[in-house]
Structures are given as C-alpha cells and as structure tokens.
Design a protein around this ligand. Structure first.
Ligand code: ZN
Ligand code: ZN
Length: 297
C-alpha cells in the first residue's frame, strides 16, 4: 500500500477550499511558492496543487504551505481518454513518490514530448521558425503543452494574444491540434487509486459534450471506480452547477449499487490576470457530500 493518506484537521476544511490549480511545474505562471502565498492571501485553508501530468511542484509547495500555515494535498491532473474524447482526471491525496504515479507521469511525458515535437514541426511548416526552442523556454523544467506554444507565438510578435494563438493555430481542429493516444479513463482511475488517491473527474462542462453524452461519461466514470466530480470549477455559473448536480442524481439513480460520486471543487487557477478562475473563488453548495470527507477523522 502507498503511504497513508494525509488526514485533515477541522481547520483545514472549515475555511476556503481549492482543490484544482496549476503552477510553473505545468502551464501555470506562478511558482509553487508564489501560488501557495497567493492562496494564503485569498483565505485558502486547504489547497491541492494539481499540475498537468506531474507532481514536480509538490515538494516546493509543501514547504511553502508549512510556512504559510495552510494544508496542502498532493495532487495531479492526469490527461486521459474516454473513447476518443480527451478528459482530465484529478488525483487528490495521491502519494507523489509512489510507483503508480511515477509510471502514469512517465507515460504521459513520453506522449507529450512526441506531441510537442509534432506541434513544433507543424508550426515551423507554417513559417513560425524556432517554435520548439520558444515553447521549451516558456515551459522551463516543466512539460511542454500548447499554452507554451501560445505564449511563445505572442512573445515572438506573431500574434497579439494567446486566445488568438489558440483560435488560429492551436485549438481544436487547427494545425497544432495533434491528437494523442492518452491512457484511458479506467486505467487512469486505477493509477490514482494505486497511489492511494481519490479520482475526480475535472470540469465536466468543459468537454463540449451534449447532456446525454455527459451523463454517459459520469456513469462510466463511476463504474470505473471514480470517486468524485468537480461540481464547481472556475468559469462556471450557478445554473451550470445545478445542471451537474442534476446529472449526478440521474447517474446514481440509474446505476444502483456502487457508491455515489462525491463533490469536489477547484478554481483551475493558472495565472493572476484571470479573475474568473482566481484561487479560492469557488464554493460548494451546502447539500453535497464533499470529497474531502474521505480524509476526515
Ligand atoms: Zn483540465
Ligand atoms: Zn486544470
């Protein structure tokens, strides 16, 4: 078994909670320390750092969290595949040293490296020379993702802003949209469990699925052993929150047996100039079973 999961004291869960955010270890722009200090200023008492496909920022964040006096859960946001749909599964309270997380990260690192080379080659073909070196510079030690190419395209003066970079070159269906055969959702949930963590389906409304498809996704996530769903995440209004809760109710009604999916929440914070997904800006409705109840007592 992996290390015993961190247990949460009252002070951790009685304040502001944010279980989804990114640092420079993936595509966020704040260092793990700066992120923790921003969370502290926002009144966050329980934070999970959930970088894309890496736990490289955890040790620094943990030291900063200890100094700041806030609780930090080790986390990760794993890229996965549900059929042909890319989905994100957040692992919370995973053992960052475990072989299971190490293996999941290494596999995705290989896939991401191959994808970055392909994106760079395609951008070069379009006349954007230096794409790989540029994206590498923005990613630093971290894994290269599309946002790094976007930042480089802006910095190099090719485009006025990152949104345009996605709209014209990196977004769905564009030249830089290179498909990757990510590990499937069930395998991903299993990796998180093997690392002692809880598997949370991230931002269910961001996949552009019809309500019917989303209900299937939630049902299959539950059947795969998934523990919780992000009922609230940045960029979401109360009507959308109620929609997710209604879908969850339908899923648990249609699939008898099995545990109901719990509720998680996170800002999906990446950078300070996006107030709609600011650290600590999310709140769960009162009548849901929160994911952190798993680590109480
Ligand atoms: Zn995500
Ligand atoms: Zn995220």
């Amino acid at each position: 078994m992996p290390q015993s999961r961190l247990r949460l004291a009252d002070e951790a869960v009685n304040g502001q909670i944010d279980l989804h955010c990114h640092s420079t270890a993936s595509d966020g722009i704040l260092s793990p320390e700066a992120l923790v200090s921003r969370a502290k200023s926002a009144g966050v008492t329980l934070l999970a750092l959930t970088d894309h496909d890496t736990v490289a920022g955890y040790a620094q964040a943990r030291d900063a969290a200890e100094k700041a006096g806030i609780f930090l859960l080790p986390g990760i946001e794993l890229t996965a595949r549900w059929g042909r749909q890319v989905v994100h599964v957040v692992g919370l309270n995973v053992d960052p040293e475990s072989a299971a997380i190490g293996g999941a990260i290494a596999e995705r690192g290989r896939l991401r490296d191959a994808r970055a080379l392909e994106i760079a080659a395609r951008l070069e073909k379009r006349g954007f020379s230096g794409a790989m070196a540029g994206a590498r510079q923005h990613a630093g030690e971290g894994v290269i993702g599309r946002p790094h190419f976007a930042r480089w395209l802006v910095e190099a003066g090719y485009l006025p802003d990152e949104a345009k970079a996605f709209k014209r070159y990196l977004g769905a269906g564009k030249t830089g949209d290179v498909s990757v055969d990510w590990p499937d959702m069930g395998t991903t949930v299993a990796s998180i469990h093997a690392a002692g963590g809880a598997a949370v389906l991230a931002h269910p409304l961001k996949y552009g699925l019809t309500r019917m498809r989303l209900q299937s996704l939630l049902g299959e996530f539950q059947e795969a052993g998934g523990d919780a769903v992000e009922v609230v995440c940045g960029q979401q209004n109360p009507v959308q929150t109620r929609e997710i809760l209604a879908l969850l109710e339908r899923v648990s009604a249609s699939r008898s047996g099995g545990r109901a999916l719990r509720a998680s929440l996170g800002s999906d914070f990446h950078q300070p100039d996006q107030p709609w997904r600011e650290l600590g800006s999310v709140h769960l409705p009162a009548d849901v079973e929160p994911v952190w109840a798993l680590w109480r007592g």
